[in-house]
Design a protein around this ligand. Structure first.
Ligand code: ADP
Ligand code: MG
Length: 339
């Protein structure tokens, strides 16, 4: 009897499902969450289920544990301490990305700068300006191309140490976006500090609006707003982590050529890309390269968009952003690169 009732119910459901005009898809609800990971605040809005959100936070905590340079048991910490370590797929992928982006940018991104970053005190917050001899000695061991992958083992020459900090958040965003898409999510925005990863559009089909911070202003001041869908938007700026000594500001983005904070005239670089990892790597590298080299890099690659802010108050955007970037800060002059 019960079974029959169920059958009737099932068929009446089929009838209603087939017999009526397609109803608008059920409204997806937003699930929100925030965590502290990779040394920063992150927040997420996922149009999906609580499980979708949990899959994101788990992935990020897991990556954080693997990539941490400070937790002695992490694979990266072991690699730095012992010169070699067993690596899983994430670590191997990151090493490959680091090599590719390092090669593409003429070494402006170099994940083996870690000893230099430590010498300036950016890892502990005990900031100091190292003397020239110290920097020169440490620079001898800086060379991302010396990272060696054999099967599932990564090895480094003695004295070389790696930190994927310049890529980690972008990689994490890219990984989570892929995961969400596989789970059928078509709308989400993941804010991994200054790394924004979008999945699809907003539920109503309109683009996500992502604010870019004014590098010369406070954290609430906007340089401009970008409209994006399904892309990563990553910003690197000298204003994010820095210290001042004897009236000079030293920030955390290093020029591998000098072992000192990059002084390229740029105050922030935003990259919009299909790949969060490339967006993160390029935002750091193009900041080091400066406006002219950065724009020349775009001319020869063209598989991303960029917003460059200069000390002079000039803002440069690539042609693809003509209709999707709106300048908010009136103190800047906007230039659009020619095709
Ligand atoms: P953030 O991690 O603050 O979002 P970035 O993605 O620009 O910013 O990465 C900067 C971090 O990467 C620094 O804190 C430092 O550990 C490391 N780093 C600094 N300069 C370079 C560089 N030229 N190449 C690779 N890593 C760098
Ligand atoms: Mg970066």
């Amino acid at each position: 009897m019960k079974r029959l009732a169920l059958l009737v119910l099932f068929f009446s459901f089929l009838l209603t499902a087939c017999g009526t005009a397609p109803s608008p898809s059920p409204t997806v609800t937003a699930v929100e969450g925030s965590i502290f990971a990779m040394d920063t605040e992150m927040s997420f809005t996922v149009y999906g289920t609580q499980e979708d959100l949990t899959a994101v936070t788990r992935t990020i905590f897991d990556l954080d544990a693997k990539l941490s340079v400070t937790r002695s048991e992490s694979p990266v910490a072991r690699l730095n301490a012992q010169g070699s370590a067993e690596a899983d797929d994430d670590l191997i992928s990151l090493t490959q990305y680091a090599r590719e982006i390092g090669d593409a940018t003429g070494g402006a991104l170099d994940v083996t700068l870690y000893p230099i970053v430590k010498a300036w005190g950016f890892t502990t917050g005990e900031h100091t300006v190292p003397d020239g001899n110290t920097i020169a000695a440490l620079l001898e061991k800086v060379d991302y191309s010396a990272m060696e992958v054999t099967g599932t083992t990564i090895a480094l020459p003695a004295g070389t140490e790696v930190d994927f900090g310049a890529l980690a958040k972008g990689y994490a965003g890219e990984r989570c976006a892929k995961l969400l898409r596989e789970r059928g999510v078509t709308s989400a925005i993941l804010r991994l500090s200054g790394n924004i990863q979008t999945v699809g559009t907003k539920p109503d089909g309109s683009a996500w609006r992502v604010g870019i911070q004014d590098p010369a202003g406070g954290s609430e001041d906007l340089l401009g707003i970008l409209e994006v869908a399904d892309r990563a938007v990553v910003t690197s700026g000298g204003y994010q982590r820095y210290f001042v000594e004897d009236g000079v500001t030293y920030h955390h983005i290093m020029d591998p050529a000098t072992g000192s904070p990059a002084r390229s005239g740029l105050t922030s670089v935003t990259i919009i890309s299909d790949s969060g990892t490339w967006a993160d790597g390029l935002s750091t590298a193009l900041f080091v390269m400066g406006r002219e080299k950065a724009l020349a890099y775009w001319q020869t690659h063209r598989d991303f968009e960029a917003v460059l802010a200069e000390e002079t108050g000039d803002v440069w955007i690539t042609p693809g952003l003509k209709d999707t970037f709106t300048l908010s800060a009136k103190s800047y002059v906007l230039h659009t690169l020619e095709e």
